[in-house]
Design a protein around this ligand. Structure first.
Ligand code: NAD
Length: 318
């Protein structure tokens, strides 16, 4: 029987993927240790509907301390698709002593899971959630998998690239089927509260000015959550060990995105500018050609449509 393992299943992207798989009728085991990087009650809400589904099992376990517990929950004869989304996210906090958290949850945890997957066998695919942060500040845009040399600009990006390289070498050395998907600024319902649109919308709903780091002319290739989840599902069958960008279609300046948000919310939005933060990059721009060629993936949700979904979600959850 085919089974799915989703790590980081209570997070923004992991919980949305878990719900999608359960809606498809799949059997899913989720792992999440409910780190308190942001309010844990948000994660409990994210996973609430999955928890009442008999096809879902939640394991509140820490991937960074080993996976001995896992084999007793997954039948050895099952074919397994692993979606590895657990990580310590966020660029800005990855400096200083907090870097240890990033190496633990992004590198050690990934290596533990790869070892487990290799020794277990029977893996249909190991799909890793990588990031546009691995690219840093390239001289030429768009960021293209076979042309842009990945030189991260933040400690977070370094750990995401290290884990992506680990995935690649388990494929090259041990033949583990895999795909790494480089997500570009994901937004929509359940977006993490530390991310820009979530902060902007909550401030605007409270009638407050929104805080922008830098001059607002930085560009981001915003990607709607359903497009990301669609890419994750397509990646189940992409087993060659490729790294592919999942982004594109909504590359705008931050100022433009705020104008779009003001239009969607039907209100004026004030802005308070402050200095950009260490590790922030001026631009992200994905070439999505490889994901199109390999998996037939194409983003389909416009910024206006996606933002209105996120506004509605925050309105209904406040
Ligand atoms: N959100 C984005 O825009 C974005 C962009 C690029 C890449 N990514 C990647 O996508 C993945 C999901 O991101 P997200 O925004 O949903 O983050 P999130 O913080 O909402 O979810 C990550 C989850 O992983 C869990 N976790 C962390 N360390 C763990 C460990 N050692 N053991 C078990 N669980 C652990 C956390 O408790 C959390 O619930 C991450 O790998 C992130 O690096 C996200």
């Amino acid at each position: 029987m085919k089974k799915y393992l989703v790590t980081g299943c209570a997070g923004f992207i992991g919980s949305t993927l878990t719900d999608k798989l359960l809606n498809e009728g799949a059997s899913v085991t989720g792992i999440d240790i409910f780190r308190d990087y942001y309010d844990v009650s948000i994660k409990r809400r994210n996973i609430a509907s999955a928890l009442v589904n008999p096809s879902f099992t939640l394991l509140e376990k820490d991937l960074s301390t080993g996976l001995d517990f896992l084999s007793s929950f997954i039948d050895s004869s099952d074919e397994l698709v692993i979606y590895h989304l657990a990580a310590q996210a966020g660029v800005r906090k990855s400096w200083g002593t907090d870097f240890r958290i990033y190496t633990r949850d992004n590198i050690d945890a990934t290596q533990n899971l790869l070892e487990w997957a290799h020794f277990r066998g029977g893996i249909k695919n190991f799909v890793y959630a990588s990031s546009s942060s691995i690219y840093g500040v390239p001289a030429i845009l768009p960021m293209t998998e076979d042309k842009t040399v990945p030189i991260p600009h933040s400690p977070y990006g370094v750990t995401k690239l290290a884990a992506e390289n680990l995935v690649r070498l388990y494929t090259a050395n041990m033949g583990l089927p895999s795909a790494s998907l480089r997500f570009f600024t994901v937004y929509g319902p359940r977006q993490r509260p530390d991310m820009a649109f979530n902060r902007f919308i909550r401030a605007a709903l409270d009638g407050k000015a929104i805080g922008v780091f830098g001059n607002g002319r930085q560009t981001r290739d915003f990607t709607y959550i359903d497009d990301i989840v669609h890419g994750l599902r397509l990646a189940e069958d992409s087993t060659k060990g490729l790294s592919m960008n999942l982004g594109g279609g909504n590359r705008v300046t931050l100022l433009h995105s705020i104008e779009t948000l003001a239009k969607v919310m039907g209100r004026e939005i004030g802005i308070e500018f402050s200095e950009s933060k260490l590790g922030d990059v001026p631009d992200t721009w994905a070439s999505a050609e490889l994901a199109m060629i390999e998996m037939g993936w194409k983003p389909s949700v416009s910024l206006e449509e996606g933002l209105s979904q996120e506004v509605n979600w925050l309105l209904s959850s406040s």
